[in-house]
Design a protein around this ligand. Structure first.
Ligand SMILES: NC(=O)c1ccc[n+]([C@@H]2O[C@H](COP(=O)([O-])OP(=O)(O)OC[C@H]3O[C@@H](n4cnc5c(N)ncnc54)[C@H](OP(=O)(O)O)[C@@H]3O)[C@@H](O)[C@H]2O)c1
Length: 173
């Protein structure tokens, strides 16, 4: 019998909740990008259409990238297209590897019930932007498992892993 894959949200979020600006990241933090690449390597990634467009390709190093969009003819030749999160979770569970939720806002919100862990990079600055990480995540992921502080010339930030206390919904209908 195969075990259930671990489902994780991963996001870098400013002190004021900002995580995006003009369709891009509001910062360049090389250490966070390396952390992100290393984390999702070999896993199945699920993201909204805008995140995929920002990347310009499937998530490098991932085993599979599933893109969410209601557009039936979306061009995403190196990814799998699905029109709902339950449909995406079905594909991801069938694939069998760990599942990484890459955002954006609504995808994270819809995934709060489904994820076992939230891998956060807390950027210790208020940053200008137009896309926010959804409120209420603390209720879903109350337990801090690990924390590592770091910094570069511009920002200081903490890499934190949070875990839920109650079993997650499989998300597959
Ligand atoms: N700092 C971070 O860690 C981080 C992480 C993620 C994103 N970001 C930033 O956030 C921004 C992108 O996020 P976003 O929230 O604007 O967009 P997004 O979630 O990437 O894309 C939104 C689109 O995804 C599709 N979608 C979302 N949920 C769906 C669902 N349940 N079923 C079917 N389709 C669904 C819809 O596409 P259609 O309109 O095609 O139907 C929707 O318009 C960028 O600025 C990015 O840099 C930052």
């Amino acid at each position: 019998m195969s075990s259930r894959p671990t489902v994780r949200l991963i996001a870098a979020v400013a002190r004021n909740g900002v995580m995006g600006k003009g369709g891009k990241l509001p910062w360049s933090i090389p250490e966070d990008w390396s952390h992100f690449l290393a984390a999702v390597k070999g896993g199945t990634c699920i993201s909204g259409r805008r995140c995929y467009e920002e990347l310009g390709q499937a998530m490098p190093g991932s085993d599979l990238h599933i893109v969410l969009s209601k557009q039936k003819d979306l061009h995403c030749p190196d990814a799998v297209l699905r029109d709902s999160l339950p449909e995406a979770m079905k594909v991801a569970h069938e694939r069998g590897g760990d599942i990484w939720i890459l955002g954006g806002t609504e995808v994270y919100r819809q995934s709060f019930e489904l994820a076992d862990e939230f891998w956060a990079t807390h950027v210790h600055a208020d940053v200008e932007g137009d896309v926010y990480f959804p409120d209420g995540w603390q209720e879903h992921f109350p337990t801090e498992v690990s924390r590592r502080r770091s910094q570069d010339e511009q920002y200081s930030y903490d890499f934190v892993v949070y875990r839920r206390d109650t079993p997650a919904d499989s998300g597959v209908q």
